[in-house]
Design a protein around this ligand. Sequence first.
Ligand code: DGL
Length: 280
Amino acid sequence: VALMARNDARRAPIGIFDSGVGGLTVVREIQAQLPCEHFVYLGDTARTPYGTKAKETVRRFTLECAEHLLGYRIKALVVACNTASANALPVLRSRLSIPVLEVIRPGARAALREPNGFPIGVIGTKATINSQAYLKALLHLNPKAEVVSAACPLLVPLVEEGWLNHPVTRTVIKTYLDPLLARNIRSLILGCTHYPALKHLFTELCGSNLRLIDSAEEIALELKQSLSRLNLLNPDRRPGRQTFLVTDVPEQFIRVGEYLLGRKLARVLRVSLADTAGRG
Ligand code: DGL
């Protein structure tokens, strides 16, 4: 019986969530590094963006998303959202008995590995920047770190809308970046999982000397190491099963999601977070 239980846990899915499509930039990397794992992705599209909301609201939404995913008997939870990571992590970890991975620390670590030096630029949602989570993580890892931060609240709606190559998006990014570039930043942390969807525009506007950092690769690696340490990697060698859930009409999520993942999203289900019973 004990052996069965262990096998079941290893074959359980990984839960991943974000307020919308942004977390798919993390999914892309998790899939590349852990192709045999099953996962359930939840995009809380009914309530996106999180980044303009109060800390208490973000916490409540985050707990509701986590609770919904627990109904799928997930073996680990990836908070593929900087806003939720920055504002709700302690309460989430105190309530869940499975590993909870977040995106801030991996992003800070990746930034400090860059040889370009300081200052490091950080952009994110208002709620992420106001929390100072990146500043704290960077200073914790290197007390000498110099950091310049800016909130970019218009970028999440532009990505959700799929305006990934639109001139308006280019103008908005330029307007947010100019003050940071004037401060001579040497690298830029894309501190919101929606932003890597606009990496091409950031590269175009910042030039190739500025290092762009997102946490996706780093968090996928951390997830792999953490599952392996806990003996929770799926022993089956077949491609994993993927389930995508959204809390509102799925059309836009499918359209932008297919672009971000570069493949068809066959099954996207609309769920209500109030209904957390009866799955698994
Ligand atoms: N992708 C999220 C983040 O990383 C979401 C932002 C939002 O909903 O405002 O912060």
